[in-house]
Write a protein that binds this ligand. Sequence first.
Ligand code: ADP
Ligand code: MG
Ligand code: MG
Ligand code: MG
Ligand code: MG
Ligand code: MG
Length: 625
Amino acid sequence: MGLLYLGTPLAWDDAKQYADHVRTHGITQFLHIWDNLKDRYGDELLWGDEVEYMVVAFDNEDKNAKLSLRQTEILAKLQSIVNDIAADSEDQASVPTFHPEYGRFMLESTPGSPYTGEVRDVLSVEENMRYRTLTANIRRRRGSKVAINLPLFIDDRTPRPFVDPTIPWQRSIYSEDPEARQGAALLDHIYMDAMGFGMGCSCLQLTFQSCNITHARRLYDALVPIAPIMLALTAASPLWRGYIADVDCRWDVVAASVDDRTEEERGLKPLKENRFRIPKSRYGSVSLYISDEWLNRPEYNDIEAPFDEAIFGRLQEHGIDAALAKHISHLFIRDPIVIFSETIHQDDKTSNDHFENIQSTNWQTVRFKPPPVNSPIGWRVEFRSMEVQPTDFENAAFAVFVVLLSRAILNYSLNLYVPISKVDENMARSQRRDAVNTEKFFFRKEVFPPGVPSPLSTPNSSGASSPIDPTGHAIPRPKSKKLGNCFAPAPKPDAGHELGPIDDEYDEYSLNEIFNGKGEAFPGLIQLIYAYLETIDISETERHRIDEYLDLIKRRASGALQTPATWIRNFVRSHPAYKFDSVVSQEINYDLMVAVDEIERGVRQAPEFIPPHHVKCKPNKTNGI
Ligand code: ADP
Ligand code: MG
Ligand code: MG
Ligand code: MG
Ligand code: MG
Ligand code: MG
């Protein structure tokens, strides 16, 4: 989650005085990066995943599975295992790294160094993840003051109205105890009142390095409408605090759990102490598209997105275009959450800490990442909406799918814009129970810009017309050895071309249609990836592996395979000890953790959600933790 380094954090009352200092210097640092790196061009595709894990301790005698708070100890143990792997490995780059995460029961892992666009590198993701699965990852947490009410899944024998018996209704230890009684805890809801409930959830994130800043902005925008549909497809969080919820995903819980907006900012009181009314939590969906290319019509930014006008002015005066200046000055309406006394005063030419302080505590579905100063790293985009899956096979499949989709988007100049308000509506729908089978999503009708032919309607699937030999046959273009990164943008339409009303550009579709095709106009995201793959030189074995991954995505989208959320629900509801009262008992929880662990290790099949034979045993099973 960023900002987990060591130092002496200032108490909020002290930190508050430095909020403007951090923002002002943060912008100076950004402008320094801009001046030095805005014209940086030609970076190759480098990318990497982040997988967050929860550490679960099994008590096999008492049949109990609980979160383990031994993060420090476990990180030390993992480090020694990683050192062993490194000693045995010829390829040092493949050795994963582990970092502490928000909760003491959480870890995050990333590849030791980023992957490239080489196909064999892309296909090493699963193996690399397998090294990291030394720990079982699953969602359950325990836990100051936020109020999260998650609708309860009402089963046949759930007492109505449901009054959570685990809330300390009589307690008056914390100032918020009376609030829980006075209406903060809603009937028929699961009530949670601490940040740990949300930030304790695990996600799967991917970061891509772009050819240059223009590509990064183009890709950022294209991934904004992709974020909710990938959330729906990876849904994996149906159980909360010992109850079955009526939602499948973590997103809104995390958003509520780190919502630090004051009553003024939330619009409950007139503005007096604060400067802005802020419609969303700092953990939230994207509110602004940022590309400065013609495909991004200003009308798509159709929701309220407050921004700091002084910062906006400062950025514009410096020559930064309105779209990017809006984005940065929108992020910078937030206060820093943590300020370390050691790093208040920085050299703005060599540090980006103040910029990152605000940037990395804006936890949105997609993040535009400027290069750090004095580093070989380029402009990047991070895709952040997906939920962690129980198995490496699935996590690898989703990582590979998104990296290939990002290439198809850039190669075919896909136009995926829908108004941001519709993306937000999709975010709400994506988290509903069984969204894959029951919801429709706003999606663009025609994804090929004018002048860009569908790769599927032309004989040469690369999308460009091929040279013709004397007998009239197309001469195949040479295939590329690796995934590309620098692509031509969509050609500008002719002067006479008229853009219609934006509301005519989209419609509502099922995930099956979006992924597997919706008639002539749209062949489906999967077919576009296949078309892109035709332009890459891939061996039969590699192609087979990719097919397995894409097949998982296809079948998730069609509903043929269950999401982890559905599978977990069904597991609980068919457990002999389940009383159809929405309660996940200690015993059911334990059996669920055991089942997930067994599926992950390949000793138990779950053909409803993982195609058989796809979960291989780990190379390096350790039980010592
Ligand atoms: P954060 O938590 O701020 O998102 P992390 O450092 O935890 O960032 O993870 C960054 C991700 O970016 C990792 O998956 C890493 O492999 C990947 N990565 C590192 N360098 C590059 C690069 N030059 N281009 C793209 N991705 C990179
Ligand atoms: Mg993380
Ligand atoms: Mg990280
Ligand atoms: Mg980080
Ligand atoms: Mg990240
Ligand atoms: Mg796993």
